[in-house]
Design a protein around this ligand. Structure first.
Ligand SMILES: Cc1cc2nc3c(=O)[nH]c(=O)nc-3n(C[C@H](O)[C@H](O)[C@H](O)COP(=O)(O)OP(=O)(O)OC[C@H]3O[C@@H](n4cnc5c(N)ncnc54)[C@H](O)[C@@H]3O)c2cc1C
Length: 472
């Protein structure tokens, strides 16, 4: 069957990757570096995936711009230079979007330099070795390959009873083309994306109602960090409503009403739906290869990212959790390692990086998990307001928290919120990954840190924790 398809194909590769986001790109480049003939099919006119066009890059860039505005507004020094009141959401977006073409250029260079052939069109399976591509320019071509890697990503989940075509109803893609600044925005869904957008809009002075289906924010986080996020969101004007579910969303000409099952009715200028994502599998004609996606469009893979069809792999958002660009890069390379039979490395040590204001990042176990597992641990904390760097920079909201084993001093968890938390956490992660006794808070007690730095928080937290067990 494979042989027949290859004979009739317009192009033939060792490895064909569908999707050019982080997962597809990393798989394709790794394959090319290994000397394989590689093709990539992408249904957007430009490479980078939803990561570059709709997700990570635009949202982080937007958040960076808003953070600068907040700094500007809160600094007496800068306030004297200009007035930031004229900054509308579209204007901030326009400035933030300047990074997208730079990212596209960079990623295009990776494909070109590694001689990966790009086919711009929609891919769908003909059989396990053959894919049909409806090219965006109109023609159709057939591509055969020995191995196929599905890296088609995900898109916002759209329940049938919400009218996303209405101009007052947005999702995390369409919000990037919002042409006005709402005075009041409802964000439905308080996962990572919902919380990040709550920070962005409240930072611009928009009144935000953040609707959470659960009874605490981002319940997978350490309790103290989740509490800190709730406090700071509220402090910046976000009304967080826990344990609520929508009954109906009623958009009108001049506003939108959210009817909640609890009987509450909230009215705002617009609503941003941030409640879940669906894997991009519906256009792939999976039936042709005997694969089936779950109810959210996600594919099942084994620990080597192989689907139930042994020459077809799936990586990135299309396999569900953790649905992060960070993990997708690793998964693409990991799938290639399996496929080529080279050194494999599991992607299981995924840190959490949440770009709310304040930023949050963590790796390892939470206090709740350690308590449930009956692990004797101690806590060491450093408050950013007590670091010289925090005081100098004015970034004094935040905390680094180390959880470590009381007997072995092994670091079990690193939890951080505040400026650059997503960077800071990696110092702890590097020590946690040391083998043969190298994972110990002693490292931070015996190492000289540049002064003043935020990294110094590790020494402060380690001393705090160490002193605590020595006082016993
Ligand atoms: C608002 C937002 C903020 C985020 N912030 C972060 C963050 O801060 N950090 C982080 O790590 N992650 C973040 N993410 C998640 C991150 O964007 C995704 O995890 C990442 O993009 C997944 O990469 P991927 O390669 O699997 O898929 P994608 O980046 O989605 O790329 C898949 C590509 O395949 C194309 N495609 C789909 N079907 C076909 C087909 N049949 N034929 C051809 N091409 C096809 C798609 O159009 C797309 O271009 C965020 C996501 C969102 C929505």
């Amino acid at each position: 069957m494979a042989k027949k398809a290859q004979i009739s194909a317009d192009h033939s590769y060792d490895i064909l990757v569908i999707g050019s986001g982080p997962a597809g790109e990393s798989a394709a480049i790794a394959a090319a570096k290994a000397g394989k003939r590689v093709g990539v099919v992408e249904n957007r006119p430009l490479v980078g995936g939803s990561c570059t066009h709709m997700g990570t890059i635009p949202s982080k860039s937007l958040r960076h711009a808003v953070k600068q505005i907040i700094r500007f507004k809160s600094s007496n020094l800068f306030r004297e230079i200009g007035d930031s009141r004229r900054l509308t959401f579209p204007r901030v977006l326009e400035s933030a979007n300047q990074v997208i073409p730079k990212q596209i250029k960079l990623h295009t260079t990776f494909f070109v330099r590694n001689r990966v052939s790009l086919h711009i069109g929609q891919a769908s399976f003909i059989d396990r070795n053959t894919v049909s591509v409806d090219l965006l320019e109109g023609a159709r071509e057939t591509i055969s390959a020995q191995h196929i890697i599905i890296a088609t990503g995900s898109r916002p989940y759209h329940p049938a009873d919400v009218d996303f075509s209405h101009p007052r109803v947005y999702d995390s893609d369409s919000i990037l083309s919002m042409q006005h600044t709402p005075r009041h925005l409802i964000i439905y869904g308080a996962g990572v994306i919902g919380c990040e957008y709550a920070s962005i809009f409240s930072g611009l002075g928009v009144r935000v109602d953040l609707i959470n289906n659960r009874n605490s924010l981002l319940s997978f986080l350490d309790d103290e960090i989740s509490d800190a996020l709730s406090y700071h969101l509220r402090d910046s004007g976000v009304t967080v409503r826990h344990s609520e579910e929508y009954e109906a969303i009623e958009p009108q000409d001049h506003n939108v009403t959210l009817h909640l099952k609890s009987g509450k009715r909230l009215k705002a200028d617009a609503i941003l739906w941030c409640n879940g994502r669906s894997g991009n599998t519906d256009g792939l004609n999976l039936a042709a290869v005997g694969l089936e996606a779950d109810h959210r469009g996600n594919l099942k893979v084994d620990s080597d990212y192989r689907t139930s069809v042994d020459n077809i792999y799936a990586v990135g958002d299309v396999i569900g959790w953790p649905s992060l660009a960070s993990a997708s890069f690793g998964q693409g390379r990991a799938a290639l390692s399996t496929l080529l039979g080279t050194d494999n490395f599991p992607i299981d040590d995924v840190p959490t990086g949440i770009y709310t204001l304040p930023e949050i990042s963590s790796v390892g176990k939470t206090e709740t998990e350690l308590t449930a597992a009956k692990v004797p641990y101690e806590v060491g904390r450093a408050l950013f307001k007590n670091t010289a760097r925090g005081q100098i920079s004015g970034e004094d909201v935040g905390m680094l928290k180390l959880l470590f084993h009381v007997d072995t001093l092994e670091i079990l968890g690193v939890h951080c919120f505040g400026a650059e938390a997503a960077e800071i956490v990696h110092i702890g992660q590097a020590i946690m990954n040391q083998k043969n006794g190298g994972n110990t808070i002693r490292y931070f007690l015996s190492t000289t840190f540049n002064y003043p730095t935020m990294a110094e928080a590790y020494r402060i937290a380690a001393l705090d924790g160490y002193n605590r067990i020595n006082r016993r």
